[in-house]
Every structure is written in structure tokens, then in C-alpha cells.
Design a protein around this ligand. Structure first.
Ligand SMILES: [Ca+2]
Length: 144
């Protein structure tokens, strides 16, 4: 499926919320199949999303945060993606200039709260394609 959003073209795979098995027999739980993120106001240059990782009773859980659409036509041409813990300490960060999905992976505590922050401080907010926008997708890899 290709979705045309302004100057960007996305190829998006639609994954239903639920469980699938990965190649290594870990369980992949889709926490968020796909959601939009957007930065289009001067007063709100950070887009924030909270994640609660369930207690799966598993040996370990890997959180996988995928962000697509970071590429921009102005400023530094991209956006920052942060994964924060409950205390808002940065666990992972990555700058993306890609419209493809970039993945931030981190071991997660079960029953814990995390935040995904997408920040673009220099995207131009007027003109034909104002601001920056894309999709995010969040999974938990459950290791038994
Ligand atoms: Ca930018």
C-alpha cells in the first residue's frame, strides 16, 4: 500500500494488533500497529506518545519502536526520535532523515511506562508542505 502525503511516499505494511511469531519463536506483540505523528505548531515541536509495557511474565521483553517519515524538506532535513523511561531519562535516541522506518530497540521492564518523543525544532511551519509528519509503530518482543 502506498500512501501519498505531500512530498512523501510511504510504503506501509498493515499489521493487525495481536500476536505473531517471529523467526526465532519469540512472541511479537504489536502494541501499536500504526499511528500518525505530526509537528505543525510552533508551540508544539515535540510529539509525545506513551507506552505501557504489560507484565507478560516473560524472561525478557524488548521494546521495538519504529518511526517512519522523519525526512523533511527544510532545516536539517530530519527529526530526532527519543525513547524515554518513566523518569524521562533518555534510553535511546536517533536522528532520522529517512521516510523509511527506523527502529529503536531497548530492553524494557514489564509493567513499566515509556515515552516516545519525536522532535523537530527547525521544520518550516508554513509554505506548501508545512511541518513534519509520519507514522509510528510499537512492538514488544517477548522472550520466554
Ligand atoms: Ca528538522
Amino acid at each position: 500500500m502506498v500512501v501519498n502525503v505531500g512530498p512523501k511516499d510511504y510504503t506501509a505494511t498493515i499489521v493487525p494488533v495481536g500476536q505473531v511469531r517471529s523467526a526465532e519463536s519469540d512472541i511479537v506483540k504489536v502494541i501499536k500497529a500504526r499511528d500518525d505523528w505530526h509537528i505543525k505548531q510552533a508551540s508544539r515541536r515535540k510529539f509525545e506518545y506513551s507506552i505501557e509495557v504489560e507484565d507478560y511474565g516473560a524472561k525478557a521483553v524488548m521494546l521495538q519502536v519504529g518511526v517512519a517519515g522523519g525526512a523533511d524538506d527544510s532545516g536539517d532535513k530530519g527529526a530526532w526520535v527519543y525513547l524515554l523511561d518513566r523518569e524521562r531519562k533518555v534510553i535511546k535516541k536517533q536522528f532520522t532523515k529517512s521516510n523509511k522506518t527506523v527502529w529503536l530497540n531497548a530492553r524494557a521492564g514489564q509493567g513499566e511506562l515509556y515515552y516516545v518523543v519525536i522532535e523537530d525544532n527547525d521544520t518550516v511551519l508554513d509554505g506548501r508542505y508545512p511541518g513534519n509528519a509520519g507514522y509510528l509503530e510499537i512492538r514488544a518482543l517477548i522472550k520466554d
